[in-house]
Design a protein around this ligand. Structure first.
Ligand SMILES: NC(=O)c1ccc[n+]([C@@H]2O[C@H](COP(=O)([O-])OP(=O)(O)OC[C@H]3O[C@@H](n4cnc5c(N)ncnc54)[C@H](OP(=O)(O)O)[C@@H]3O)[C@@H](O)[C@H]2O)c1
Length: 258
């Protein structure tokens, strides 16, 4: 997939991307750097992948740092922000992207599995979003926050109760943050990807029956590439989106038309 061709003026922006080591977050981190932003790349375990993203950003003559942190842990989140800010300065753009999926029938979901999904996908954006927003407010930064939700925030999916509930929660979190932060000049929006081929979905999509079933539901009849999520994020990060807050942007091949 060709990288993005549209460009936005994000020079001097200091961005933090959670889960920036792989998949959609990796593409977003690189896209922001191509538009001039300096980027802190958060990861949980994939240190080598995060280092590769940082090296690619530095090739664009931007400042970048990889920061290991678990977004489910408030202390880890504080350390993440301290490390990110000491490397690139106060954050004025946050992309809450880190996420996981588990697939189990409703009747079989163990409490530990429920917790893992809800903690990562919902507590994570809450904890990082609140910590970043507090610092923005303290410093008078009129920043941007972009949550990566999913079409699963409004479409139910078999064996995905915990995932769909977590993403529906992210959508309401986006609206509440937008509502309460508007007075501080902080815009909060979300991007809702459809089915994108990444490590998150690869195992599921290797099953041909799963792939064909999902394709049959997508009007555009194809699965997306992480690069195809970047443009929406860059737009929401840009001056052109200055009047937008609390909005959901679906990038999904039409699957939510039904
Ligand atoms: N792929 C899709 O079809 C799709 C569709 C809709 C929405 N989304 C959403 O898009 C986002 C990115 O998904 P993806 O497909 O790019 O997934 P991915 O390729 O599996 O990458 C997930 C990223 O999240 C990080 N991460 C996971 N748990 C974390 C934690 N506790 N703390 C910090 N980082 C953590 C991972 O870090 P490590 O590499 O260090 O493990 C990795 O960088 C997720 O929120 C997902 O729900 C994806």
């Amino acid at each position: 997939m060709a990288v993005q061709t549209t460009t936005y003026a994000l020079s001097g922006q200091r961005a933090l991307v959670t889960g920036g080591s792989r998949g959609i977050g990796r593409s977003i981190a690189l896209g922001l750097a191509r538009c001039g932003a300096n980027v802190a790349v958060n990861y949980r375990g994939a240190a080598e992948a995060a280092a590769e993203v940082v090296a690619a950003i530095k090739d664009h003559d931007r400042t970048a740092v990889a920061v290991q942190a678990d977004v489910t842990d408030p202390k880890s989140v504080d350390r993440l922000l301290d490390a990110a800010e000491s490397a690139i300065g106060p954050i004025d753009l946050l992309v809450n992207n880190a996420g996981i999926v588990r697939r189990s029938p409703f009747l079989d979901i163990a409490k530990e599995e429920w917790d893992a999904v809800l903690h990562t996908n919902l507590d994570g954006p809450f904890l990082v979003g609140q910590a970043v927003a507090r610092r923005m407010v303290q410093r008078g930064i009129r920043g941007r926050i972009i949550n990566v939700a999913s079409t699963s925030s409004k479409d139910a999916g078999l064996n995905l109760t915990h995932y769909c509930v977590s993403k529906a929660g992210v959508s309401m979190l986006t609206k509440m943050m937008a509502l309460e932060l508007a007075g501080h000049g902080i815009n909060v929006n979300e991007v809702n990807p459809g089915l994108i081929e990444t490590d998150l979905t690869r195992g599921y999509l290797q099953n041909e029956a799963n792939r064909q079933f999902r394709l049959s539901r997508i009007p555009m009849k194809r699965i997306g590439d992480p690069e195809e999520i970047v443009g929406a994020v860059l737009f929401l990060a840009s001056h052109d989106a200055r009047l937008m807050t609390g909005a959901s942007v679906y990038v999904d091949g039409g699957v939510t038309i039904w």
